[in-house]
Ligand binder design. Sequence first.
Ligand code: SAH
Length: 253
Amino acid sequence: MSERTGTVYLVGAGPGDPDLITVKGKRLIGECDALVYDYLVDERMKGWVKEGCELHYVGKRSGFHSLEQGKIEDLLIELAQRGLKVVRLKGGDPFVFGRGGEEAESLRKAGIRYEVIPAVTAALGCAAYCGIPLTHREWSSTVTFISGHEQPEKGLSMVDWGAHARSGATLVLYMAMGRLEEICDKLVEEGRDADTPACVVQWGTTPRQRSVRGTLRDIGWRVEEAGLGPPAVVIIGPVAALGDLLSWFDPSI
Ligand code: SAH
């Protein structure tokens, strides 16, 4: 490895509110020579870079890829090979449904040094800002993060919904808005009580945060009625009802 090759920092930006990034993540943004960021990253974070820092937007929205994953990885390698200190800023935590693993793998293969800086993932940010404790001594001692988005040709097969239905764990679904009703029906079919509380949180921790509460039986149409879409997480389990009592965040302030 050439001495002049730069390091890539895979930095988690947190769920939305820029104040939720780690101290280390913010410091690295201020020090880097190139910032590579995507769609779910708050625009204000760009303002933390030093003068002369290169900005590369590689945003991805489901269905609208501005740069393919392989090209993002090539870009990171190229920037590091130019000797730059690179921050790859990703929404939430880089290693939770963020393809951070694939980026680290390519960097390792190319012989580029990297570090991973963890962050508050959407499930934790949304739960906190809705007053929903994901675990609770009375209600839940397990939390499961599940991706609702799979390649359509795989159907629902990658996830064992039956096991999740029976587990009693608090479930947090990411990328599930496209098939929310289908998933809720499946969980009920596999044995979860249709009256299990559920809460959908869109743009959590930001001034645009909106949430809708219901049950597995009715959350699908409630969400549709309210016009909520991605990015959103779905929190399922008895703890989801505690948001009624414990919510504290007023996005309008
Ligand atoms: N690495 C990210 C997840 C990326 S996948 C993390 O750790 O949070 C993108 C999905 O994350 C979205 O479809 C949505 O389900 C969820 N998400 C990200 N930011 C969110 C936010 N502010 N509010 C609600 N959901 C969010």
